[in-house]
Structure formats: C-alpha cells, structure tokens
Design a protein around this ligand. Sequence first.
Ligand code: NAD
Length: 494
Amino acid sequence: MAHIPHVIGGEKVEAAERTQPIFNPATGEQQHELGIASVETVERAVAAAQAALPMWRKTSLTKRADVFFNLRQLLKQRTPELAAIVTSEHGKVLSDAAGEIARGLENVEFASGLLHLLKGERDEQVSTGVDVHSVKQPVGVVAAITPFNFPVMVPLWMIASAIACGNTVVLKPSERDPSASVFIADLFREAGLPDGVLNVVHGDKVAVDTLLDSRDVKAISFVGSTPIAKYIYERAAANGKRVQALGGAKNHMLVMPDADLDMTADAAVSAAYGSAGERCMAVSVVVAVGGVGDELVAKIAERMAELKIGDGTDPASEMGPLITQEAKERVESYVAGAAAEGATVVVDGREAEFAGGGFFTGVSLIDHVKTDSKVYRDEIFGPVLAVVRVDSYDEGLQLINDHQFGNGTAIFTRDGGVARQFEFEVEAGMVGINVPIPVPVGSFSFGGWKDSLFGDSHIYGPESIHFYTRSKVVTTRWPNAEPSKVDLGFPSNS
Ligand code: NAD
C-alpha cells in the first residue's frame, strides 16, 4: 500500500506518528495510507518555506513567469494522469476531474501575467522636485488550507498567485484526497520552481493550528466549511495574520414564470447533481415563482431518471460516489427527515441500488420545502435538490437575501429588466443570469458574501494580487533636482 509523502524543501518526507487510510470512494476500499503531520513536521515545512523566501523574492519576474508558462504546458500534458488521481480519491467522474484541472489552469495562466500584475504606480512632481512611487512586495510565507471537493482547482486558486507574487507556500490539502497536491508540487518542480518555494504537509487540526500559530506564517488562505472558516479567520486574525477564509454555501436558483423551462431543468439537474452535489457552487435550492413549480419539478424528475451513476472511471458514468461513508449517511439522513419536516420527497436517492461497495447514493428531489426546515437551512453537500414555491419575485429575492449563506445564485428568466433588478438587489457574491454555476473566469475574483466568506479579500484573480502583496510607497528627492534648505515644518507639498 502506497504511503503518501509530505513535500518539504523539495524532498519527499515520510514522517508519520499517526496515519489515516485513504479510500477509493467507488469501491469503499483503502488504497493508500496517509501520514498525518506532527507539529515538528509542519514547523519543518514552514522553516523550509522561510529559508527559500529571500531567494524567491529576488528571482526576476521574467524567471518567475517562466515557471508558470512551463507549468501550463505540463498541466495540459499530464491532465489525464492527474484526473485519474482525483477520481481515484475523490470519486468524481474523469471528465469532471479534467474540468477542474482546466479551471485551475486559468489561475496558472493569470499568474503568468505577473509582470503586468505586479506593476506599481508613480506620480511625478508631487512637490517641487519630489516624486512618489509604490511597489508591491510579497507578504512572506503563505499557508494554503484546502477542502476535499476540488483537490486540484482550489490549491491552484491560492498557490499560483501566492508564488507569482514572490511568496513561499506551505500547502495543507484535505486529508481525504491528498495525492493531487503532491503531483502538483512535482509538476511545479519540473516547471523550474526552486525547492522550498512550495511545500506540502498532510494533516488535520494539529497541522492547521500549527500554521495558524506560527510566527513565520504571514497570510492564511482557507477554503472549507463555514464553522471551520470562521474558526480559521478568528484565530489567524488574533495572531495578526492576513486571512481570507471561504466557507459553505446554499445556492438558490430563482425561476421566473417566463423562463425557458427545458433550459432551466437541464441547468438545475446539471448544477445540482454534478460531482454528486459536492460543489460549493452547486445549486441546492430551486425557487419556483408563481406557478412554474409543477411543470418544472416534472421536467427535473424526468431528467434525473436518465442519469448514470457509477464508478468515475467508467466513461458512461455522469455522477460518482460521495467522498466517505459518513458523508453518504449524513446526506441520506436529510432525505430521511424531509417528509417529517413537511416536504414532499419526489425522488428518493436512497432507493437507488448499486452493485458492490462504495459510498454511492442516488439523486434526490424534495419539493414544497419549508424555509424553516433543516433541508432548506443546512448545507447538505450531496445530490439533494430542494424546491421552494413562492408567489412573487419579491418573495423569492427576500428568501435568498435572508439565508445565512451568500456564495452563488442564479436567476432564470427571459426578462432583462428583472435580471438586472436581481443582479442589483441580491445578496450573494457571484450571480448567474441563465447560468447556473457562475464561477468567475480566472481574470476575475471568486468569493461569496455573508457566512460564505470571512475576511475582506476574494480569492484568485486581481484581489489575490492585493492579498498576497504588501504595498510600499517611496517618496524621492534628488539633490540635483532643486536646491535644498533646512525646514523644521511638517512636510507639505509646494
Ligand atoms: P472542511 O471544513 O471539513 O475541511 C477544510 C480544511 O480544513 C481541510 O484541510 C481540513 O483538514 C481542515 N479542517 C477540518 N476540520 C478542522 C478543524 N477542526 N480545525 C482546523 N482545521 C480543520 O471542509 P471539506 O469537507 O473538506 O470541504 C467541503 C466544504 O468546503 C463545504 O462546506 C463547501 O461548501 C466548502 N467549499 C467552499 C468553497 C468556496 O469557495 N466557498 C469551495 C470549495 C468548498
């Protein structure tokens, strides 16, 4: 059984006082063993990152950009291999795994434009003979802590920009599907990244807390569930670190009476059940406005019956298993409790039968969901779609704005005026107009509102350059520009 190593200072390290099994979710069998990092192992990784920092800071922007150009090529060439790793540990189908790699590549492409992104500003003659310019300098060692559901894309959201800005990184990937991070570190090395700039440690709360408390770690990027995001934000901020902590979601799709219902049903099924609903941008609630509910629910159920659920390595499969047995039991418990909460279970995923082992569950559709129920309030993070019926646009909007989460949302309509009003009024960080999963392209930044994000800065794209740099402003006067004299007054511009 393969042992998955940490990557510290360019070396594969097999330090493990505790171990944890890594399963193949499609079979339920253990396939690897993961060493869980101790405090000492994490401190070693931070020390390696700290040691590499002066060298990487000094490395020219052109040389840094070269790494990203090379990495882009390597990631494209090695996509099938990396996708197979993702599928074997996460369970998502191969095409979906390749899709997340393609979205992660956008961050590598963005980072390769670092010469432009790191430009400062300059003002000449702010006072007589005096000029001012600003520069963007790295913050130092960055810790990147990531969830299980996108083991390639989310690490790339963070490490591409962090490294481009001249920082060094300790990546702590999810302990449920850790191998992709080691593969990415190997590709970075092959692309020319010097040892110690990107380190990977596997672990749990012990590793995370060590990073949060380390004096040498200057910034924390976190993506995961809301309770942990809040904890990370509070502890890192109390320790004086820069922190962005992205949390959970409950993404609503508002369906207006004039929507194209076939297009809407296709979008709802794709966005609710893709990757078994284990996406922070999955649609988990359809809000049916003014009488479209019956027809829409029928169209969704019709499409659900056609879905092929199976091992992600089978090209015929459209949806794979859940990540763990516990996740399966948790998701199914919501379906089991839905009727008692006053909802109608239209399709019960627990009834689907699967040969062999694995953490499979079927797709579920729950109609007439009450807004005070657990099915509505909680992030289920599985293939369960709730339908809420409302009488008007205003009622639907209010419901979305009242929800704890504000990650993504979408409106389906043919009316541009209503779509514009929705865009203006809705309280969520990312909005789709007839687009069910509005994950911004890499040249924009990603982030939710309310309990979907703690901190000021969204992730990747332009906001990441701001997050991963400190600005310095330099005021300059040269002796030959203007004659000088002693002046004890406070500097004022003349
Ligand atoms: P999680 O919160 O359980 O784990 C995320 C990371 O936190 C992991 O690296 C884990 O090791 C660490 N962690 C877990 N418990 C901890 C603790 N008590 N103390 C310190 N660290 C701890 O999340 P997950 O189950 O891996 O991922 C799914 C969640 O992530 C969902 O809630 C999903 O919505 C969210 N997510 C959000 C986004 C976004 O962009 N907002 C993107 C992807 C996933």
